[in-house]
Design a protein around this ligand. Structure first.
Ligand SMILES: Cc1cc2nc3c(=O)[nH]c(=O)nc-3n(C[C@H](O)[C@H](O)[C@H](O)COP(=O)(O)OP(=O)(O)OC[C@H]3O[C@@H](n4cnc5c(N)ncnc54)[C@H](O)[C@@H]3O)c2cc1C
Length: 458
């Protein structure tokens, strides 16, 4: 039997025993078996991933008597919805990403570790990283998603996706270098290729990228070169399905197509890409498009958590969790955000969006606090907070229940929401000023090509 240190703890254990009559029985028992060591220490919560879900879980546990270790492979939290602005030279990385330890600096119950998680021993309650092993009483897995090339991972080198700050700066480098290469070459075919930009995937990221590259070519760089005219660039947005923004209404998806076409983007729908290589893409109907820059925005797959846990997963690799977001068989392990396959009250899959990840992070933190106090909570319920996508510097679509906006009003709304959710007053101010400046002048401040040898023209 475990040692019970005080009457108060004894009362807690009795209360826990009373709670464990039915479904929560296994969980409560697991707490009791851990109660002996926990009598001398606070429960250890390990959170893997400091994205939207993991960070929200850590913050919600602020006043709970637990010790939290948050492990991330990066030392920063990235505001992914604005990554495309880094990739298209409108913002600098430091304006959309913040050191995790800075964000959590005032939360004394959190330790931040920069490490790559490589495995989890679920029954043994141990997380393995390249820097060592960490035990836990509760584990929250919030490792997000990565690009899916539908079985063609070799395409990644030709068609990078956009998931991290490194991806953003890599794509920025490719876009800006393409104009430099076009200016250098004497060969007309190569020049055309360098000035052709293909974006694969017509979801919000693809639409945002296509609109932003069109602006760079037609406005920002229009007068900066002498041997080429950037305005002659081709920007091609390719979507396998019949329409852009498939999760939005048909009305808004048609609007997005019209707005992009007006900006000079060639939109190709019902055109699956069958191959990417160093010089372009092949389409299912046999067409070939030569392009110097290809950007992948066509799909995502969950992080490797299901491998680590040997857990059941859906087709996108997301771990199938129980209604309280716990891993079947392990009441003390939770999977949240883009890595979890969860359903809403209507039985539809909860979308891979920042608000969904935050809601899940908040919920599991409350659940952990409830478990420690010997209580339970009703299952997780997703609250749909709508969808937004911007198309250019003065057009966006917004679907937020009764609020349905498009065009300039939509863009104003989109801008206000994104500025509001940025971390820190300074960043909000800088981003707002940048956008205003960009809006008035078409200028983009972050146009430096760094960390590369001079462009080649082969
Ligand atoms: C380009 C882009 C645009 C988007 N736009 C929008 C939008 O406009 N609106 C919206 O609501 N959503 C948007 N999303 C989706 C939204 O960003 C995600 O749904 C959300 O980030 C998911 O949160 P998460 O906590 O599950 O994962 P993430 O926020 O992705 O965080 C995962 C964290 O885990 C860390 N990690 C992963 N693997 C490991 C490992 N092995 N070891 C250690 N750490 C690890 C990563 O470094 C990362 O910090 C966008 C996503 C992208 C990529």
């Amino acid at each position: 039997m475990q040692r019970i240190a005080s009457e108060r703890e004894a009362a807690t254990v009795v209360r826990r025993r009373n709670v464990c009559a039915d479904a929560s029985r296994r969980h409560t028992l697991s707490l009791i078996t851990k109660a002996a060591p926990m009598a001398q220490r606070r429960p250890e919560v390990v959170i893997i991933g400091a994205g939207f879900g993991g960070l929200e879980a850590a913050k919600t546990l602020r006043r709970v008597p637990v010790d939290i270790t948050i492990i991330d492979r990066h030392n920063y939290h990235c505001f992914q919805p604005l990554l495309y602005q880094v990739a298209t030279a409108a913002l600098s990385p430091a304006e959309i990403a913040w050191p995790i330890r800075f964000i959590l600096r005032q939360q004394n119950n959190v330790t931040v570790l920069m490490a790559e998680v490589t495995g989890i021993d679920a029954p043994g309650r141990v997380v393995t990283t390249q820097a060592g092993r960490f035990s836990f009483d509760f584990l929250v897995i919030a490792t997000g998603a990565t690009d899916s090339y539908f079985g063609h991972d070799d395409w990644a080198v030709f068609a990078p996706g956009l998931k991290s700050i490194e991806d953003g700066t890599r794509i920025r480098r490719r876009i800006l270098s393409a104009f430099e290469q076009a200016e250098l070459t004497e060969d007309e075919n190569k020049r055309r290729r360098f000035l052709t930009f293909v974006i694969v995937g017509g979801g919000p990221t693809g639409v945002e990228m296509a609109g932003a590259i069109a602006e760079i070519a037609r406005q920002t760089l229009a007068r900066d070169f002498r041997r080429i005219d950037p305005r002659t660039s081709r920007i091609i947005l390719i979507e396998a399905g019949p329409r852009l923004l498939p999760t939005f209404s048909v009305k808004h998806s048609n609007y997005a197509r019209e707005a992009l076409t007006a900006m000079g983007v060639d939109v190709m729908t019902s055109s699956p890409v069958t191959r990417c290589d160093a010089h372009g893409v092949d389409l299912a109907d046999g067409r070939r498009i030569d392009a110097g820059t290809i950007i992948w925005a066509a799909g995502i797959v969950a992080s490797r958590a299901s491998d680590w846990l040997s857990a059941e997963h859906d087709r996108a690799g997301r771990v199938i969790v129980r209604p309280d977001l716990s891993l079947p068989g392990y009441d003390y392990i939770f999977v949240i955000g883009d890595t979890a396959a969860v359903q809403d009250a209507q039985g539809r899959p909860v979308p891979g969006l920042a608000p969904a990840a935050k809601q899940m992070g908040h919920y599991v933190a409350k659940l952990i606090a409830a478990h420690i106090a010997g209580r339970t909570l009703p299952p997780f319920r997703y609250r749909n907070q709508g969808a937004l996508a911007t198309i250019g510097r003065r057009a966006a679509v917004v679907e937020l229940g009764p609020i349905q906006l498009k065009g300039f009003l939509g863009w104003l709304f989109w801008s206000a929401v994104h500025i509001y959710f940025l971390i820190g007053l300074r960043n909000r101010f800088i981003v707002a000023v940048n956008w205003l400046w960009n809006y008035i002048t078409f200028k983009r401040g972050a146009r430096l090509i760094t960390e590369v040898p001079p462009p080649r023209v082969d």
